[in-house]
Write a protein that binds this ligand. Structure first.
Ligand code: ADP
Ligand code: ADP
Ligand code: ZN
Length: 239
């Protein structure tokens, strides 16, 4: 399975990429996660340059992004497929990806747009947090851990009396100001890749406003219409 997930910040790309990856036993590759890993070392000048770009809600330059993805796709775990979350994010990146896949002899199975209205995204992003141990994603309102001090997935526990030792992480770019910048970047630079893929006949649209499990079902359905539920209403168009 070789799939691209496209959507604005907070649309649910990471959530759905993780589910698809687990189900189909392929890696989920998030450019955002790869960049965040790079920003951890305070003495790494490139990492710090990337952090400043991310905190401003802008796109990391293509030379860095495209090379990083090309190297990642060459890793042995991508042999049977991959889910791309957050790449490509511009027409130039989509063109580079096409060229790269052609050179590597790889064909995509689908490009899925997860459509969500802008108003909803600020709420999604401001409630987002994840487990610092395993990376499992949560939400203050839409996906609370069963126990507020323990990760459902890996079992990591925190001391409720010591908030300093919290296992939960919130991203520094998940604040309202940066979110507006990221939404602007999405509409001006990323959204033009939708007609690009539509013209190639590979674009599928799902309604990301629905509940998480419903979105998962819609994705399974558009990837394999024979297997999925046929009862869903046709998705509306998102810009
Ligand atoms: P979200 O899940 O909220 O859409 P990501 O984790 O995918 O956010 O991305 C966080 C930031 O990382 C982006 O705002 C951007 O600065 C950078 N980034 C991620 N993917 C790309 C990409 N394909 N090209 C350039 N920059 C990227
Ligand atoms: P993206 O990777 O596109 O930025 P995420 O998958 O990180 O988005 O989702 C953003 C936040 O919204 C997370 O806290 C996640 O738990 C929550 N979320 C994801 N999908 C849905 C959904 N369909 N309904 C409600 N909340 C959702
Ligand atoms: Zn965990």
């Amino acid at each position: 399975m070789r799939v691209i997930l496209i959507g604005p910040p907070g649309a649910g790309k990471g959530t759905q990429a993780t589910r698809l990856a687990e189900k189909h036993n392929v890696p989920s590759i998030s450019t955002g996660d790869l960049f965040r890993a790079r920003t951890k070392d305070k003495n790494d000048p490139l990492g710090q340059q990337i952090k400043a770009i991310m905190d401003a809600g802008q796109l990391v330059p293509n030379e860095i992004t495209v090379k990083m993805i090309s190297e990642r796709l060459d890793q042995p775990d991508c042999k049977n497929g991959f889910i791309l979350d957050g790449f490509p994010r511009s027409v130039e990146q989509a063109e580079s990806l096409d060229k790269m896949l052609k050179e590597k002899g790889i064909k995509l199975d689908g490009v899925i747009q997860i459509g969500v209205d802008d108003d909803k995204l600020v709420e999604r992003i401001s409630g987002r947090f994840s487990c610092g141990k395993c990376g499992e994603g949560y939400h203050d309102k839409f996906k609370k851990p069963a126990d507020p001090h323990q990760c459902n997935k890996c079992g990591a526990k925190e001391d409720p009396k010591d908030p300093e030792a919290s296992i939960w992480k919130r991203r520094s770019d998940d604040n309202e100001e940066t979110v507006r910048g990221r939404l602007h970047t999405y509409h001006t630079q990323t959204a033009p890749i939708l007609p690009y893929y539509d013209a190639k006949g590979v674009l599928k649209v799902v309604d990301g406003m629905a509940a998480m499990d419903d979105v998962t079902r819609q994705i399974e359905d558009v990837l394999d219409p024979k297997q999925g539920a046929k009862t869903l209403a046709p998705p509306k168009k998102f810009g």
